[in-house]
Design a protein around this ligand. Structure first.
Ligand code: HCA
Ligand code: CU
Length: 461
């Protein structure tokens, strides 16, 4: 399998996600982090959209990153001029190529070719490299796609993007399309796959098998509607299935968290690679086998992306899992003691999973023994949050809940609007959580109380 370049378009396609708008500083930080993770190309935005979009692109271009920086442009001289003034490496010029889209623009196929060629030549005249995008190519007439792409290459485009703009392709058709295009066109081919049917990762892999030399992705799969190919499963699949290195896989979880924070779009727990549960085992049979040999229930080791395997302790757990967890806490119990712990767990089906402290407490009760362990003491605090009077408190509460270290959030009445329960390992982590709460739009002030001791109602029985 050949080398594949990754173009990240979180800042362009990703900002087209409903509800998402990044600040200029956030964009610059995202671009730096993408560069550190060795992304090859960064599509920084479409400068004709607004002044702040153009300004962010200029700032990113002035960072002199290793990654090639691109700006998006319609096939219009005025859009290309906006790209030229951003000082980027490459213009990404697009025009719709389906019959319907041409009609809506009141253009004949020949007029669209002329518009593309003029825009490309204009960009080339100003020293820019050019990628040409035949928008909605997968639903357009193949002969016309080849014709407009050949004209684009002749005008100076050395990359062509073939987007599946509405995500309606299947992997089989994608592979065939890209192998036909690699035969008929003399340029590097980019695949840009939307996820409307859930095939964005599979279609991108198939495009690569057909001959694509670059794939467009976003962090967490952000983008219009259902988004596009998420980098996390795509890059891992390239490594695991084809042994091809793309970006630095160990940086993906952090990038995902950063984008969860800046986009406000939460990552579901069952999301591959970066979801909370992606490396957790729960069923008794699964846990026992994984503890014996991880490969029994893992396609690849979590360490590949810098994460750790988790064994969930719940009513589904068997002896092996409970024994293993207690052992890791430095506690060895006899068979009968383990039985007592296990049956105590099974008697509380309402508890979805046990944290170490809860498991220990339960084990102490079940065995009647005092268990001495070395678990790092957690720091807990209650943070009271006041919101601006015109903001929707629930939206702020939800954003607080996504911050790592926040365990629980409740809306309250009185002087403050929200109470957040925080649990972290260190004071510096505590400061980080507080900082993350304070920067949320709509938060006016916070008041933090460190928890010294807790009492449960059961303790008094
Ligand atoms: C758009 C369309 C686009 C372009 C992709 C590309 C698509 O939002 O303007 O330039 O490679 O999906 O067709 O994102
Ligand atoms: Cu798109």
């Amino acid at each position: 399998m050949h080398m594949v370049k990754i173009l990240d378009t979180t800042l362009r396609e990703g900002e087209q996600t409903p509800g998402v708008s990044f600040s200029v500083d956030e964009k610059v930080e995202i671009a730096r982090r993408l560069d550190e993770a060795k992304f090859h190309m960064i599509e920084a935005g479409h400068p004709a959209v607004s002044k702040d979009v153009a300004y962010a692109i200029k700032r990113i271009a002035s960072e002199r990153l290793n990654a090639e920086v691109l700006a998006h442009s319609r096939a219009l001289i005025s859009d290309v001029d906006a790209v030229i003034s951003c000082d980027v490496d490459r213009a990404a010029i697009f025009i719709g190529v389906t019959e319907k889209k041409l009609k809506s623009m009141r253009m004949t196929p020949e007029m669209a070719i002329d518009a593309a060629v003029n825009a490309i030549q204009h960009a080339k005249d100003h020293g820019l490299r050019v990628r040409f995008t035949a928008e909605d190519a997968t639903r357009a007439d193949y002969g016309y796609v080849v014709r407009i792409c050949r004209a684009a290459v002749e005008a100076g485009a050395d990359r062509l993007s073939i987007p599946d703009t509405v995500g309606s392709m299947t992997p089989e058709r994608m592979k065939r399309l890209f192998s036909d295009l690699s035969r008929d066109l003399n340029a590097e081919l980019d695949a840009h796959c939307h996820n409307d049917l859930g095939f964005a990762v599979a279609n991108a892999l198939a495009a690569v098998e057909g001959g694509a030399t670059a794939v467009h992705t976003t962090v967490n799969g952000l983008g219009e509607r259902a988004g596009i190919t998420p980098i996390e499963p795509f890059a891992v699949a390239m490594k695991v299935l084809h042994n091809v290195e793309t970006v630095d896989l160990s940086k993906l979880p952090q990038l995902s968290l950063l984008l969860e924070k800046y986009s406000g779009i939460p990552v579901p727990p069952n999301q591959p690679i970066v979801g909370e549960n992606a490396f957790s085992h729960k069923g008794g049979v699964h846990a026992a086998a994984v503890i014996f040999d991880p490969e029994t229930y893992e396609a690849f080791a979590p360490g590949l992306v810098g994460r750790q395997r988790e064994i969930v302790i719940s009513k589904y757990s068997g002896r092996v899992a409970v024994e293993d967890r207690l052992k890791r806490l430095g506690i060895a119990l006899s068979d009968s003691e383990l039985d007592a712990v296990l049956s105590a767990i099974k008697e509380k089906p309402e508890i979805r999973s046990y944290r170490d402290t809860d498991l220990l407490e339960l084990a102490e009760r079940a065995t009647g023994k005092r268990l001495e362990v070395q678990i790092p003491k957690k720091i807990e605090a209650l943070v009271l949050v006041k919101c601006e009077s015109n903001v929707y408190t629930t939206a702020v509460a939800r954003r607080i809940l996504w911050i790592k270290g926040v365990e629980r959030v409740i809306e309250i009445s009185g002087d403050f609007d929200i109470e957040a329960h925080i649990q972290v390992d260190s004071i510096s982590q505590m400061n980080e959580v507080l900082e993350n709460i304070r920067v949320i739009k709509g938060v006016t002030s916070t008041n933090t109380r460190v928890i010294l001791k807790k009492f449960n109602s059961e303790d008094t029985n």
